[in-house]
Design a protein around this ligand. Structure first.
Ligand code: GCB
Length: 592
């Protein structure tokens, strides 16, 4: 067993002391032998959290003719995957509990292992099979799974899932956040069958600093003993064999003359892995991402990140992304804007998005949902955050498109916060030594025309990321072209958010923020671009945000009505003036 798994076991312990926590997930679910459990699931809305007491999870028929149940799955369904808010008018604002039920007819085979895998469910989930609790999971954006081999019947099985999206003070995110709290089983559910000994996980990327050494490791499921592994990239004429140790683990490094992935050449290779009992394949790409002083280097060349921040929402449907078509809508909009980089704000987004982005040549920033008010004094926070990081990295660590793991967004320097985020930084580096680690800051010092980054966490990060709404939340202290960003940390700087609100079609003065006009938003963009051009340490920008998105915290009844209006696009995809300003900036910016 590699030391990563040991580390994870230790840190997860205290999170759910009494319950079985979902296991670390397998990588590459799509490459496994699985059947989809998507479709209509029967549901019960449990407004007052009475379901446990009524033992809904047993779903038993009444015991005799005078007995009865005060619940029934008979009459209502919801589609999985999908948030519940957009599926029923009465659930649009619902924050609470819904029980889901799916009947599975299984033909279990001797020696086969079965797992139920959830792409994501928001926020706390409890899973029962045939009346038995399989375990719990916390976190709305990361995958989880339970082994059901010993719980599954040949024939009929009842899978019952309790999903609770109530916000909690020690949650991640916590009680407040600037996006819609869509509830439900929001991503795909699959039943995966594996042999008794299967390939649980693997890491295959270019070795840090080398353009022709592929390095990584492979882990069979728990302690299956020594096995032969063959790893091949047929298109590159590469085949290597290894033998795992007694714990089913092997690390490897071998010479490989591969073409490197880049936005202009998003080359991916078919990779095939075989063990004595299992096999798996997927497309993997290879690239180098490095920092040298304040330079950001992709495959050894300076790169400028022309980014856009994206929420996982289809605004015109008022729903979460749930399909490949949804993901393509967002990515095609980002492409039309001229981006080479996407910030998946503020949580791990759908695996489809990460895979499609890589295929299309986008570099990606992925983040866990530590957003503003997370309680760093809670003793459980580190464990919860590590579980989210672990599951995000496990899922996407073989996606070369992903270049940055971000630990948090807009947290205030303080001893507990510094301690937790430092632990997370070193945890991420242990899991993945190849990628860059970031955290988006919004706390700066000001002096005349200078904006100063002195957050002590900078020491632990590979690059500096600043969310700064000059011209919107912060007035300009000097002409935009005279603003200087200063820091003693010689690291690449990204402006990871900037922008202003405007209602599409609202035209008028560019002079006042309170006009909410497209003209004012466009001017804010122009002014920020002026500031960018005179800041030499800048290696990328990421406007906030691709499209107007739903947020209950946006309460202006004339202009917002529950929408954050900082989109370059309206909720219907209409282009605001600011969209053209950013497109032109990206098309004339020299560094690709
Ligand atoms: C921020 C946050 C983002 C908000 C945005 C805003 O700094 O990171 O989540 O949505 O500002 O619109 O205020």
């Amino acid at each position: 067993m590699n030391n990563l798994f040991i580390l994870l076991g230790l840190t997860l312990g205290p999170v759910f002391p009494l319950l079985t926590v979902a296991q670390p997930t397998m990588t590459n679910v799509a490459g496994r032998n699985s059947i989809s459990l998507n479709g209509d699931w029967q549901t019960i809305v449990d407004w007052y959290d009475r379901g446990e007491q009524r033992r809904i999870y047993l779903d038993e028929p009444p015991k005799n003719k005078n007995a009865f149940n005060e619940y029934s799955f008979a009459d209502e369904t919801l589609t999985v995957p999908g948030d519940w808010n957009s599926q029923r008018a009465t659930l649009e604002y619902y924050e609470g509990i819904i029980w889901y039920k799916k009947e599975l007819h299984l033909d279990t085979k001797p020696g086969e292992r079965l797992f139920i895998h959830f792409g994501a469910a928001n926020y706390r989930t409890k899973v029962y099979l045939n009346g038995q609790l399989l375990g719990v999971h916390e976190g709305g954006f990361t995958p989880f799974q339970f082994e059901v081999t010993d719980h599954a019947n040949k024939g009929l099985n009842k899978l019952i899932v309790k999903v609770d999206n109530r916000r909690i003070s020690d949650g991640i995110p916590a009680l407040n956040f600037d996006w819609w709290n869509y509830g439900g089983i929001t991503r795909d559910v699959s039943l995966i069958a594996t042999p008794a000994s299967y390939i649980a996980d693997y890491f295959i990327q270019l070795k840090k600093g080398s353009q022709d050494t592929i390095a990584g490791w492979l882990q069979l499921n728990d302690n299956e003993g020594s096995e032969n592994i063959a790893l091949s990239l047929p298109d590159a004429n590469i085949r290597h064999t290894f033998r795992t140790d007694a714990d089913g683990y092997v690390s490897f490094a071998f010479h490989a003359g591969v073409e490197r992935w880049s936005p202009s050449n998003p080359k991916l290779y078919q990779v095939e892995i075989t063990s004595d009992h299992d096999q798996i394949r997927e497309k993997i790409g290879f690239r180098n991402i490095d920092v040298k002083g304040d330079e950001l280097l992709l495959n050894g060349e300076p790169v400028f990140l022309k980014g856009i921040s994206i929420h996982e929402e289809i605004p015109q449907r008022k729903s979460r992304v749930s399909s490949e078509a949804d993901v393509m809508q967002l990515l095609l909009q980002a492409r039309e804007l001229g981006c080479n980089f996407i910030r998946t704000a503020h949580y791990p987004q759908h695996e489809y998005l990460i895979r499609k982005a890589e295929e299309m040549g986008f570099m990606v920033w992925e983040e866990i949902p530590i957003w503003q008010g997370v309680d760093f004094t809670s003793p459980e926070i580190t464990g919860k955050a590590q579980a989210m990081l672990r599951d995000m990295i496990t899922r996407d660590k073989n996606r070369c498109g992903v270049i940055i793991w971000s630990l948090s967004n807009e947290t205030r320097p303080a001893p507990d916060r510094n301690r937790v985020l430092r632990e997370l930084a070193s945890f991420s580096r242990t899991m993945d030594p190849t990628r860059l680690i970031a955290s988006a800051f919004d706390q700066f010092k000001y002096s005349g025309n200078k904006i100063i980054i002195d957050d002590p966490l900078s020491e632990d990060l590979d690059l500096l990321a600043a969310n700064k709404y000059m011209g919107w939340y912060t007035p300009w202290p000097a002409g935009p072209g005279n603003i200087r960003w200063e820091t003693t940390y010689k690291k690449p700087l990204i402006i990871s958010e900037f922008g202003a609100e405007a209602v599409y079609g609202n035209h008028g003065t560019a002079d006042t923020a309170s006009s909410w006009t497209e003209e004012y938003q466009a001017k804010v963009m122009e002014d920020n671009i002026r500031m960018f051009r005179s800041n030499l340490q800048l290696r990328g920008v990421c406007p906030w945000v691709l499209a107007d998105f739903r947020s209950p915290t946006r309460m202006h009844s004339t202009y917002q009505n529950g929408w954050n209006r900082k989109g370059l696009l309206s909720e219907y995809g209409e282009k605001k003036k600011a969209w053209y300003i950013i497109r032109d900036y990206f098309s004339t910016h020299s560094r690709l």
